[in-house]
Design a binder for this molecule. Structure first.
Ligand code: DUC
Ligand code: ZN
Ligand code: ZN
Length: 484
């Protein structure tokens, strides 16, 4: 009679705090023993020479999100989560969107139906595009209770943006309900002003997307939302911090003691605005918002990761095919940047690139890699300690990682439904061989074996990290309408 369903033997286990040699005993989908010379498992994996890491948590992914067209999101939950697992990720947080004039609950119900095909575990942020009073007071309390414990707001993009006044009301609602507000922070009118001037002057190539949204556009807005969060005493995460000046705004807020967290994405660490300047429409493969910056910004972001200012790195996976009627070329080979859909695919590449550029190149140590790819997101989004670490009682979400394997990233390795990757030809050292979700292999030796529908929805209950501090900059608490 075996002691465990599965034993992973002889590996080197890494968490966000420690690296140690241990066997892992798994039963009922959870880690139940960590130690040497564990008893037999019904199944055994020999991890000699391998790292055993917490499966990644990619807390910013746009999978199967509907768009008005003609371009479309390339992935389904089945394809997107296959790709995530190929890259060692075991949990994704996606986005359920409220239609303007519509209900948030309806957006959730539709997205839950799509996500039923997920191969790995998942949760949602709620994109509030129209935070009318009845949405905030009548719909959100029940939805937060059901485990949708984070809101996403956009301060730019015509179809999604809300005003500063609306953002304040969303922040206040989040404070009352115990939810986290995640923010796309760019100055909308400034982008429009730049864009009109660029188009008028004939600057419409993909490169000019970066000209339309230079760093000042982001840094100003990051500063603004940090101050808004300070005024209302509301914890926030600033999404996709793309370079030095925005990261400095986050750091300044953190130094004032605010609960402001910063996220960056793989693409800001390895691509630059120069990639947008490739011939023809090739640059469109690198087009995302905020725009890719300069080499110096990449170095600054790594430094901010080392200092803990940037706590997690996501993919912001937002896949549009390049070719075809719904692809980035749908408006023609000389389409102006204003027509090009924003976003790059990146679910599978995230962890291997961060391991290679981070750990293998000596920029960060292994525990920091675990922290920025899994543990910190688990903590920030209320999934810890069930997710994001290797400990007795945690879900056995694991990536068995060959730290020496050299791989050239190609489209075919990625296994999503897209027709390109911005990381084509990128060379990495280190690759996940086997990915387990709750002790069940989803990827085995690079082959996707997890079934669509195996993934489970992760409701997120209340947790302390995102509790407000109870500190206001003045004598009055404007959320509750009382003196402090
Ligand atoms: N930026 C976003 O904010 N969302 C998806 C794609 C992108 O580039
Ligand atoms: Zn965004
Ligand atoms: Zn995004």
């Amino acid at each position: 009679m075996p002691d465990f369903d599965l034993v992973i033997r002889h590996g080197t286990v890494a968490t966000a705090s420690d690296v140690f040699a241990a066997d892992i005993g798994i039963a009922g989908g959870q880690v139940v023993a960590l130690g040497r010379n564990l008893g037999p498992g019904a199944r055994e994996i020999d991890a000699t020479g391998k790292l055993v890491l917490p499966g990644g948590i990619d807390s910013h992914t746009h999978i199967e999100e509907p768009r008005p067209g003609p371009t479309a999101n390339a992935d389904s939950f089945a394809s997107g989560t296959a790709s995530a697992a190929v890259g060692g990720t075991t949990t994704v947080i996606g986005f359920a969107r409220q239609a303007r004039g519509g209900s948030m609950a309806a957006g959730i119900a539709e997205h839950r139906a799509r996500a039923a095909q997920s191969r790995i575990d998942y949760g949602f942020h709620m994109i509030l595009t129209d935070p009318r009073p009845e949405i905030l007071t009548e719909e959100l309390p029940a939805l937060v209770e059901q485990g949708y414990r984070s809101f996403k707001i956009f301060l730019t993009y015509s179809g999604a943006r809300i005003t500063d006044g609306e953002a304040l009301r969303v922040m206040a609602a989040a404070r009352r309900l115990g939810a986290l507000v995640c923010i796309h922070a760019e100055h909308h009118e400034l982008i429009e002003f730049y864009t009109e001037a660029l188009v008028a002057a004939g600057y419409t190539r993909p490169l000019h997307h970066a000209w339309a949204k230079p760093m000042v556009v982001e840094a100003e807005c990051v500063h603004r939302v940090c101050r808004m969060a300070e005024a209302l005493d509301v914890p926030i995460q600033v999404f996709h911090v793309s370079g030095e000046e925005s990261a400095e705004e986050i750091e300044r807020a953190q130094r004032r003691g605010l609960k402001v967290w910063g996220e960056t994405c793989t693409q800001y660490l390895v691509t630059t605005a120069e990639d947008l300047d490739r011939p023809g429409l090739e640059g469109a493969k690198f087009l995302c918002s905020p725009a890719p910056r300069a080499k110096a910004d990449q170095a600054a972001l790594w430094e901010m990761i080392r200092r803990g200012v940037i706590g997690n790195v996501t993919s912001d996976h937002a896949p549009t095919r390049f070719g075809g009627p719904d692809g980035k070329t749908a408006f023609g080979e000389d389409a102006p940047f204003t027509k090009l859909p924003n976003g790059v695919p990146g679910l599978a590449a995230r962890m291997p690139i961060l391991f290679s550029e981070g750990v293998a190149k000596g920029r960060i140590d292994l525990p920091t890699f675990v922290a920025i790819t899994a543990t910190n997101a688990a903590k920030l989004f209320g999934l810890h300690p069930k997710k994001g670490t290797i400990a007795v009682g945690a879900d056995a979400d694991l990536a068995i990682w060959d730290p020496e394997r050299r791989v050239t990233i190609t489209r075919s390795l990625i296994q999503d439904a897209n027709d390109h990757t911005p990381y084509e030809g990128f060379e990495v050292t280190g690759w996940p061989e086997t990915t387990l979700v709750r002790g069940t292999p989803v990827v085995e030796n690079g082959r996707v074996v997890g079934a669509p529908g195996f993934g489970q929805f992760l409701p997120r209950g209340p947790y302390d990290l995102i509790k407000p501090r109870g500190v206001f900059p003045g004598p009055f608490n404007p959320v509750d309408g009382v003196p402090v």
